[in-house]
Design a protein around this ligand. Structure first.
Ligand code: NAG
Length: 371
């Protein structure tokens, strides 16, 4: 029964349909990878037995048949016990089907599971000529991406902008913008930039951001008078001095055209090749580097061969010149020394028993006994 159930479930997993989502150009796309959804895929039977797991999981995401994600899409996951997020803003050149492979690795039993996410990037649905970027100091990117938090932040900005027609354009961690990694202590945050867009013009209060007075106040770091932002949740408060407006409603003046010349280079005179360098005499160098070492080697060779061939005595010649008695004397000295060495080596029994020295003593004792 259980086996049939297992085969059935496995078959069901194999024919799982891809997840299909839409992402319009110019708007923030966020896809949350819920750990509890994948937990069900890993342990389909444990529900039967009432066991509930909360496994650490990591996600590896890439574009199908590519090593990395498409350039507009980014992935983040703080911890193996947190959900992962795929997020980014597609540009007009990114339109089309993006197939993302998601590998889920269960860090408890090292099972893996593969999922396909199809993102259809379509043309822009909303014109947002007015855009503004705000810096939220007390947040981290993973904490801002969930839809509920996005709604909270949007509500605050709606009050500031005095319109409800707002859309997120981009959310970026300050780390991706050159920010510093905070200390791993409570109360230190990476900071997040959020960019929102609308078809409604900026409120008069927001327009204060563009005045020279605002810039002066922010540069001096003193009291900020124009801040009209309000935050219902203190951790969503924006930093007024780091807010920027982007007015895309005015047409951008085209870049000045490059000036076209006559197309003919100016006459630069006749070409005269450089003179060849003067001749150099290499003979002294040759003598110093080749002849002198060679001569030295030759002299050393001669000295050495004279010593080896003409100054050697040889064992036979030496023995012939030495008297026999002296030869015998030195021979026994050598033998005694090696015998002593052998005995010192600890092996006394293998040493020859003393003979010649004891013989006269024994004989003298015998003579005394006889007399
Ligand atoms: C969103 O922000 C990232 C990081 O700053 C940037 O690379 C990207 O171009 C932005 N996208 C848009 C559409 O502004």
């Amino acid at each position: 029964m259980l086996i049939v159930f297992a085969v059935f479930t496995a078959g069901f997993l194999l024919v799982r349909a891809d997840i299909i989502t839409e992402a319009p150009v110019g708007q923030l796309f966020v896809y949350e990878l819920h750990r509890e959804v994948f937990q069900r895929e890993f342990e389909p039977f444990h529900k039967v037995f009432g066991q509930v797991y909360n496994d650490p999981m990591v996600f590896k995401c890439n574009k199908e048949r590519f090593p990395d994600l498409p350039r507009w899409l980014r992935f983040t996951q703080r911890d193996a016990y947190d959900n992962g997020f795929l997020y980014g803003t597609p540009l007009p050149r990114d339109q089309g089907r993006n197939i993302i492979e998601i590998f889920v690795i269960n860090k408890r039993n090292y099972e893996t599971f593969k999922e396909r996410l199809v993102i259809n990037v379509g043309p822009a649905v909303k014109q947002m000529p007015y855009q503004a970027e705000f810096f939220i100091e007390l947040r981290e990117i993973e904490k801002v991406l969930p839809a509920a938090v996005q709604a909270e932040i949007k509500l605050d900005i709606q009050n500031l902008w005095r319109t409800s027609r707002l859309e997120f354009v981009n959310i970026t961690s300050a780390l991706d913008r050159g920010g510093r990694v905070p200390l791993p202590l409570p109360g230190y945050f990476e900071g997040v930039y959020v960019k929102l867009g609308s078809d409604q013009p900026f409120s008069p209060c927001m327009l204060r951001l563009e005045t020279a007075e605002h810039q002066r106040e922010c540069a001096s770091g003193g009291k900020i008078s124009g801040d009209c932002s309000r935050c219902t949740n203190p951790i969503n408060c924006i930093t007024w001095c780091k807010s920027t407006l982007f007015d895309l409603s005015k047409p951008v003046p085209p870049a000045p055209l490059p000036t076209v010349g006559s197309g003919v280079l100016a006459w630069g005179g006749e070409f005269s090749p450089p003179e060849s360098p003067p001749d150099r005499d290499f003979f002294p160098d040759y003598i110093v580097t080749v002849i002198v070492p060679l001569a030295l080697v030759l002299i050393l060779c001669l000295i050495l061969s004279y010593i080896m061939c003409c100054r050697r005595e040889g064992v036979l010649k030496r023995n012939a010149k030495t008297p026999d008695l002296q030869l015998y004397h030195h021979h026994t000295i050598q033998g005694d020394a090696s015998e002593l060495r052998r005995m010192a080596g600890g092996d006394r029994r293998t040493a020859d028993r003393p003979r010649q020295c004891l013989q006269p003593l024994l004989m003298a004792e015998q003579a005394m006994a006889e007399s």
